[in-house]
Design a protein around this ligand. Sequence first.
Ligand SMILES: NC(=O)c1ccc[n+]([C@@H]2O[C@H](COP(=O)([O-])OP(=O)(O)OC[C@H]3O[C@@H](n4cnc5c(N)ncnc54)[C@H](OP(=O)(O)O)[C@@H]3O)[C@@H](O)[C@H]2O)c1
Length: 346
Amino acid sequence: MRADLVLIGFGHVGRRFLRLLEEHGARLAADHDLVCRAVGISTRRHGSLWRPEGIDGAVVALADGGGSAIDLIDRLRASTADLRVVVETTTLDIAAGQPAIDHVRAAISAGCHVVTANKGPAAFAYAPLHAEAERAGVSFLFEGAVMDGVPIFNLVRETLPAVNVLGFRGVVNATTNHILSALEDGEAFGPALARMQALGIAEADPSLDVDGWDAAAKTAALANVLMDARITPQTVERTGLTEASGAAALSAVERGKRLRLVAAARRLADGRIEARVGPVELSADDLLAGLRGQANALVLQTDLLGEIAICQLDGSLTQTAYALLSDVVTIRRRQREKGSSRSRST
Ligand SMILES: NC(=O)c1ccc[n+]([C@@H]2O[C@H](COP(=O)([O-])OP(=O)(O)OC[C@H]3O[C@@H](n4cnc5c(N)ncnc54)[C@H](OP(=O)(O)O)[C@@H]3O)[C@@H](O)[C@H]2O)c1
């Protein structure tokens, strides 16, 4: 089965994803009967490309010949491939989740599946986009939006079918956790942040990490998808790291505690969702207190299984790119299941 892909956004994540497709092409073909080709790439300032015969990742050079993101989605609509997939990795817009939401919507209305590592669509518009995708018979998947490639959304959707998520708490931003660990070790804030920027882990605008916006967007996405919350990052109560965080982190260590940027949500008795992000002093035996460097963890509070913890010890671009790849494989599996249920009913 052939899948034609259009990549909207071609920065750290988009580039790593294209290389990963090439590195794992043989495995995708052998294990999933899936041959993926990128046929279009669109960026904001670095040009675009449309090449229906497939783009060679090793020699990719963008010019202005491809057209806008929406032009490429329109061209993908006409592809004769078995699967048409838009891979959305544009920059996070914390004001309204745009233009990512428009890209997702355009892909769905063109009859294309869409996978994204951008938190915007799930954080601002999960319910309507999910409903539109269902009506169009396509998938809208975003595993890479929270904790890179570690399965959170897949875990709940695929393996916890009769479990109710009552709330969660976690450390979900690698950049601020790395900074807090460095501050505990007596390092300065600036160089610790610069390391995350050099690795391509920090957001394009790093104040989104430091001020807690990235964690707030992840909190909104998790609450919307896992708890049907219908909130936005703006309704998450939010405090970020400040100049005073170094002294606070050291003072916590001296008292046998740890300061972590904790993201949390819970359903209140009246049904409303309370969601917050901010530095919290944790006792040393708290699972979240033990997370150092880029490590992340999420603790889900459930009705039937109590607390379930998911840890990621070392996040990386490869893991985010893998999340996109795993979403493409999910689309392929769904297509296969659809085909076999159709042949069972005939
Ligand atoms: N980096 C990570 O570790 C990581 C982990 C999980 C999730 N994410 C999410 O993944 C997304 C991509 O991250 P990244 O690190 O790859 O960011 P990045 O390096 O800044 O790349 C963003 C890409 O999006 C393009 N873009 C922005 N606005 C666009 C528009 N309107 N139309 C077309 N292209 C547009 C940019 O083009 P120009 O360069 O031409 O402006 C660039 O190619 C973000 O939403 C981020 O939050 C990243």
